[in-house]
Design a protein around this ligand. Structure first.
Ligand SMILES: Cc1ncc(COP(=O)(O)O)c(C=O)c1O
Length: 420
């Protein structure tokens, strides 16, 4: 009998075959319990199978699964649009939905170009914006996302992100450098008249869990206003309470013209979106965006339940509080090991940077510790250009006890791998 196998294109961070999930916990087919501090790469904001999300999705499955939104309209979508108004930054009162983060990034790109009539995008070094070819063209967190399928999309320029760890400078100096290089780029490579938008993450995600800062975002805003360039903030990973505020950009007073959201929005159902002002959206060409599956009715119902759960269970506050607890515990481990040179992040988006004795990024040790933690029942992911950062990104429902348990496993895993 003919049989097929899964393609080698996929690479898996753990050997776990997940059978079921419950909150922060995952269970494999032998019913082994894991603390899932990956949350499906920051997606299961309300935890695995939150009863209210399950109930809403099940009800919708039995009512209407696919109401194709360029053919007919459906109530879960219309209600979600209204409810997004409660959480979106002021002035962003028009929403468009797609399925994945990459698609939403492309939606923002199309809108930016159509609205300004300008071709170029300026992205920031270390940023991750997705894997479709246009999104990959805007991605500079690692060559693994770009190599071997060139040519990429034209019209992309890259300016530095104020990353103190990478440059080895204080944050002030890294910010001065990033803004000065942005000015130089606008003067020498992409004139303001050709530049549609700046595209930036509030916290570099895949690029190593590096937070931006207030002065950097003020500098972007100032230049955007001066030159009529749009500020597009990619909140795919940082949104929906992940950083201890509803949007990551709130930490830095970021005032985007376009906000991109996905991941935590629907607790695991594929749903993404962009938001902008009515004036800006009116400049898009009608019918220029859409898609077969965008704003799927079950995904929208799950997103509505997600918004309810985040509000009713105070998950944004929990993210801030459990994040502070976790960061403190991880810092205590780092204090005991020279190999961990930095513990950083906001809310429940925390990275541990590994460096070798020469101060070079140490992806091998980071991966060894991540694997050791998985063996001990704690699922984690790496990130950073060299895979040198181990990131903690649990569901926002994580409890104080689960944070303590994860920190204890982490301490054991680090001890097992790293000689002092
Ligand atoms: C900041 C950011 N933008 C865009 C994406 C792409 O999202 P997706 O994988 O759903 O296409 C991601 C995914 O990790 C992300 O973290």
């Amino acid at each position: 009998m003919a049989s097929a196998q899964l393609s080698e294109i996929l690479k898996q961070a753990t050997g776990v075959l997940a059978a079921r999930g419950e909150g922060v916990l995952l269970f494999d087919e032998d019913d082994r319990r894991y603390l899932d501090f990956t949350a499906g790469i920051g997606v299961t904001s309300t935890g695995h199978c939150h009863p209210r999300v399950v109930e809403a999705a099940q009800r919708q499955v039995g009512t209407l699964i696919h109401a194709q939104y360029t053919t007919v309209m459906h109530r879960p979508l219309l209600t979600l649009v209204e409810r997004m108004g409660e959480v979106l930054p002021e002035g962003l009162d028009r929403v468009f939905f797609a399925n994945s983060g990459s698609e939403a990034v492309e939606a923002a790109l199309r809108l930016s170009r159509q609205a300004t009539g300008r071709p170029n995008m300026i992205a920031f070094h270390g940023g991750f914006h997705g894997r479709t070819v246009a999104a990959a063209s805007l991605t500079t967190s690692g060559t693994k996302f770009r190599s071997g399928f060139a040519p990429l999309m034209a019209g992309v320029h890259v300016a530095p992100f104020p990353d103190p760890t990478h440059y080895g400078w204080p944050v002030e100096q890294a910010t001065d450098f990033a803004l000065a290089q942005l000015d130089y780029l606008l003067q020498t490579m992409s004139s303001p008249a050709d530049t549609a938008a700046f595209l930036v993450e509030p916290v570099l995600g895949e690029g190593g869990y590096v937070p931006g800062n207030e002065r950097f975002f003020a500098g972007l805003r100032e230049r955007a206003d001066k030159y009529g360039i749009l500020l597009v903030v990619d909140e795919v990973q940082t949104g929906f309470g992940r950083t201890g505020k509803f949007w990551g950009g709130e930490h830095f007073g970021a005032k985007p013209e376009i906000l991109i959201t996905a991941k935590g929005l629907a607790s695991g159902f594929p749903l993404s979106g962009i938001a902008a002002s009515s004036e800006l959206m009116a400049k898009a060409w009608p019918g220029s965006q859409g898609g077969t599956y965008g704003a799927n009715a079950v995904a929208c119902a799950a997103a509505l339940a997600t918004l309810d759960v985040i509000r009713d269970e105070n998950l944004v506050e929990n993210s801030a509080q459990r994040g502070a607890q976790l960061k403190e515990a991880l810092q205590l481990v780092a204090d005991k090991h020279d190999a961990i040179t930095d513990v950083r992040g906001l809310g429940l988006m925390i990275g541990n940077e590994f460096r070798d004795a020469d101060g070079k990024p140490d992806g091998a040790t980071a991966t060894a510790v991540q694997q050791e933690a998985a063996k001990r029942g704690l699922l984690l992911l790496t990130c950073g250009a060299w895979g040198q950062v181990v990131r903690f990104i649990p569901a926002l429902v994580v409890t104080s006890e689960q944070v303590d348990e994860a920190a204890a496993i982490w301490a054991d895993a680090v001890n097992a791998v790293v000689a002092r």
